[in-house]
Design a protein around this ligand. Structure first.
Ligand code: ADP
Ligand code: MG
Length: 711
């Protein structure tokens, strides 16, 4: 096969030292300081720090400086770079060259605001009901960069009536909400804390397959996953290193995109462990959340582009291959103060650990109270294949703490009667001195939890590999903000009733620990027992997206988002609708691909093979030989062909029927139950059986073993 003869493409780093070129394509604070007059720089830096608006005259100066910087770097175009609700990023390129004046131009107004053609982006009814157009506005808190000779300006995307049409706007709002709530809690412990920002480090998993093989699979091309395909005999266990030359081609690819990432200031810290054959991972160092989300999207884009150069196709789908590991995007999240304290870092000082516990317990309670919202935040047609599947977190949201912290919380809860006398060492009495600074605990490696505490941060593992992290991170910020705010009210109440501050805090924490205990789960999240146990505890187990999304349009969610000024009810409804539309579209595409492949490729091939078998059986019979085995195979093939015809036909009818449904939520649910659940597995079963029966030479689809192992 040709693919096996491919040689690898090597790439050249601009310098041996990464520090020589890290961020060379980024117009960051340092570049601004160099290019701008000190007073202008102060205004910009101040606005970034405070998250306030930049006035027009300052914008003019920045635009002029950015333009000369970009032109010197060879950029020819500029674009507002934004994150519409479709999930990827969008751009509309304009050239710097002004044909009228025959000069390169870039005005402050072009930096600050633009009008993309909003009609091509989803708005979930907002556009039609309200204003037909939207605009993009510069987000100075994420740095400007040059990508492919284009100057990219990170922007938010909003309608003229002010509704958010993107992922970034609510993320920024939620960051502010959690900042305010967290600062208030910090004030109990340290008056110097003025700002708290969420940090995020994204572990990105992906599959890499040969581009030529990829393009022969219409299902991969159209839906991102293989709808058919029998497991390779040795599937997951097969060691990738077995194929000596593979590693080199993949390695060169990784090296190449890492170099490009570093130029863009993305702090990827090379780490790529394979789990399933053909699967890899990349993780950057954590950053401020808004930047981290932008960087992850940019990195994904980059990985796709660079893959092309290497003859690869990178798959970000959560479950491209049935029976193998899915891909996630672990979102490592914490809260960090402007005084440099990670609020999820246990300390060697028991006093500081009380603060740590406020944030730990607050987050646990937030996940408990808003588990359904967190579940909804990661729901997508593609992630549905992963959650609950092979080596993936279940669709039940729970929190993992590890044995050390679990016992600390248990002790706090159970010694509720312990009276603290004046002069007592409260911390010792309550067991708070038992929290080690570094939690070294084997159980911390529990990989089955969707939401795990990992030493100094929470790791939201249920996020899908193709998702924009901004979605789930917005939800997480908001729910934690909400509980921290409530915590402050509760603590203040206790203090007003005469309790000493520390005691008031401990009492509130105790109550929260008791209330939210049911969300904590330490054992194997993949087991059936957990599903049963979770049901007993009353935890939701929402396996399908359109059902999980219901929570977006409840009063509870609307009130939450309104309280924190993150999304209005209208914006929430719009998002609900867009995600349902997206779900329907995805399942529809998969269903069509399945039908087409089955009818036009699989069945004709199977019939041909069947004819050969019939000839063979007749021949054997003519010779007076035993032909029972041949007949048996013919029967099996016929059975699967019949089953395919029947189920594909019924599935098409079901689609026709469901397409008449006007209520979009009902329609999406019907697509889930009456199309996907009712037919996908049955159709796949027949095809995968035929794959084993029909002779290898004539099988119309490239097989799993070829896609996964040939590089
Ligand atoms: P593991 O999940 O194997 O423990 P690492 O410790 O390397 O992996 O961390 C994974 C990711 O978590 C990295 O992107 C890292 O930068 C990020 N991370 C580490 N500390 C924090 C933090 N305080 N806040 C957010 N992300 C963090
Ligand atoms: Mg991890």
């Amino acid at each position: 096969m040709k693919v096996q003869e491919r040689s690898y493409v090597t790439s050249e780093a601009p310098s041996l030292k990464v520090s020589d070129y890290f961020g060379s394509q980024v117009f960051g604070l340092k570049e601004m300081q160099e290019a701008l007059a000190p007073s202008v720089y102060q205004r910009v830096a101040g606005a970034i720090e405070k998250g306030s608006k930049i006035d027009m005259s300052t914008a003019e100066e920045v635009a002029t400086a950015v333009k000369s910087w970009a032109l010197a770097k060879g950029a020819t175009h500029y674009t507002h770079w934004f994150q519409p609700l479709t999930g990827s990023t969008a751009e509309k390129h304009d050239t710097f060259f002004d044909a009228l004046s025959k000069m390169e131009k870039f005005k402050g107004s072009a930096l600050v605001q633009q009008e993309p053609d909003a009609s091509s982006f989803p708005s979930g009814g907002i556009r039609t009901t309200f204003e037909a157009r939207g605009y993009t506005a510069w987000d100075p808190s994420s740095p400007i960069f040059i990508y492919d000779k284009t100057l990219c300006i990170p922007t938010i995307f909003v309608s003229y009536t002010g509704e958010a049409l993107d992922f970034k706007t609510p993320l920024i709002r939620s960051t502010e909400a959690v900042n305010q709530a967290a600062v208030d809690i910090c004030q109990y412990f340290d008056r110097n804390v003025r700002k708290v920002y969420p940090s995020l480090g994204v572990e990105q998993e992906y599959f890499l397959i040969d581009k030529a093989l990829y393009s022969t699979r219409p299902d991969l091309v159209m839906s991102g996953r293989s709808v058919f395909g029998h497991n390779p005999a040795r599937g997951q266990q097969l060691d990738d290193h077995y194929f000596g030359s593979i590693a080199q081609r993949v390695k060169e690819y990784m090296k190449d995109f890492e170099i490009e990432a570093w130029k863009l200031g993305i702090p990827v810290s090379t780490r790529h462990n394979e789990v399933a054959p053909g699967q890899y991972e990349v993780a950057p160092l954590f950053e401020e959340i808004n930047k981290a989300c932008d960087h992850n999207l940019l990195l994904m884009d980059l990985m796709e582009k660079v893959a092309d150069r290497h003859g690869f196709k990178v798959l970000f789908h959560e479950k491209p291959f049935a029976g193998l590991n899915g891909s996630g995007k672990h979102n490592n999240w914490s809260l960090i103060t402007d005084t440099g304290v990670n609020l999820f870092q246990p300390s060697n000082s028991a006093r500081e650990n009380l603060q740590f516990l406020c944030f730990l317990v607050g987050t646990i309670k937030a996940v408990y109270v808003y588990a359904d919202l967190l579940r909804a935040s990661i729901a997508s047609a593609s992630n549905d294949y992963r959650l609950g599947a092979n080596e993936a977190p279940p669709a039940i949201i729970s929190v993992f703490l590890g044995s050390t912290l679990s016992s600390v919380l248990d002790e706090l809860e159970h010694n509720g009667n312990v009276k603290i006398e004046k002069g007592d060492n409260m911390y010792m009495k309550l067991g708070l001195t038992k929290i080690p600074e570094i939690i070294l605990d084997n159980t911390d490696r529990n990989r089955t939890s969707p939401f795990a505490f990992t030493g100094n941060k929470f790791e939201f593992r249920a996020v899908g590999s193709s998702a924009n992290s901004a979605g789930p991170m917005t939800a997480l910020n908001v729910i934690v903000a909400d509980v921290l705010k409530e915590m402050k009210v509760d603590i203040d109440k206790e203090m007003e009733a005469g309790k000493e501050k520390k005691i008031a805090i401990v009492d509130v924490l105790r109550r929260y620990i008791t209330e939210s205990k049911d969300i904590r789960f330490e054992a194997d999240g993949y087991s059936d027992e957990w599903a049963e146990e979770a049901a007993r505890r009353g935890l939701s187990n929402l396996k399908s997206t359109p059902f999980a999304l219901d929570t977006l349009v409840t009063k509870k969610t609307a009130d939450l988002y309104k309280r924190h000024k993150v999304l209005s009810e209208k914006e929430l409804h719009a998002r609900h609708e867009i995600r349902l539309e997206n779900y329907i579209m995805r399942v529809q595409i998969e269903s069509r691909v399945m039908g087409d492949l089955a009818l036009n490729h699989i069945i004709p091939t199977a019939i041909q093979y069947q004819n050969k078998l019939i000839e063979n059986a007749n021949g054997l019979k003519g010779l007076g030989l035993d032909h029972r085995a041949a007949i048996e195979t013919i029967e099996q093939v016929s059975k699967h062909i019949e089953s395919l015809k029947l189920n594909v036909g019924e599935m098409i009818e079901a689609r026709k029927r469901i397409n008449k449904e006007e209520d979009i939520a009902k329609k999406a649910k019907l697509y889930s139950t009456d199309v996907k659940d009712a037919y996908f597995d049955k159709i796949r079963y027949a095809v995968d059986k035929l794959e084993l029966l029909v002779d290898n030479e004539s099988w119309p689809l490239v097989k799993y073993r070829e896609m996964l192992f040939i590089k």
